[in-house]
Design a protein around this ligand. Structure first.
Ligand SMILES: [Zn+2]
Length: 148
């Protein structure tokens, strides 16, 4: 049976979880889903610098939020490489030039499926088709879903 990993993270990339927020998410996951989620599939990830919260193979297209054109993968990858430093993570100061003539910051692009940037996230592995969208009641939380 295939599984999905959901990653919940603060939408503001530099914010990180405030004290108690990640605990609240983990508690809510356990309370709402009971035995359907094994405790060892819930993990809290913390990094000193901003990381790419990716959706793995679910990422099919990256688009400009202004004109909708696709951003070529090699152009996006070059910007990602230029912006990332091993010790400090992403600076999020690099922009990707679009065919419409505008420069779009990496965290301002439209990722399909959704991806994000954050210093911390809670991941949970569930059986496919198990929906955790109720966690999006928190307006500051973004989420990514990837197949594993
Ligand atoms: Zn554009």
């Amino acid at each position: 049976m295939s599984e999905s990993v959901f990653k919940f993270y603060p939408l503001e990339p530099t914010r990180g979880f405030l004290p108690g927020e990640s605990d609240a998410i983990i508690s809510a996951l356990r309370d709402a889903n009971g035995s359907s989620i094994a405790a060892d599939t819930i993990q809290l990830h913390y990094h000193a610098g901003i990381q790419f919260v990716d959706c793995g193979s679910a990422l099919e297209r990256i688009r400009c939020p202004l004109c909708g054109d696709s951003i070529p993968n090699d152009q996006w990858q070059s910007a990602m490489d230029a912006d990332f430093h091993t010790s400090t993570g992403f600076a999020l100061t690099t922009a990707v030039p679009c065919s419409c003539g505008r420069d779009i910051p990496l965290h301002g692009l439209r990722y399909d499926a959704h991806c994000g940037f954050s210093r911390s996230w809670v991941s949970v592995v569930v059986h496919s088709h198990f929906w955790l969208g109720w966690l999006l009641q928190y307006p500051w939380i973004g989420h990514v879903e990837a197949q594993v």
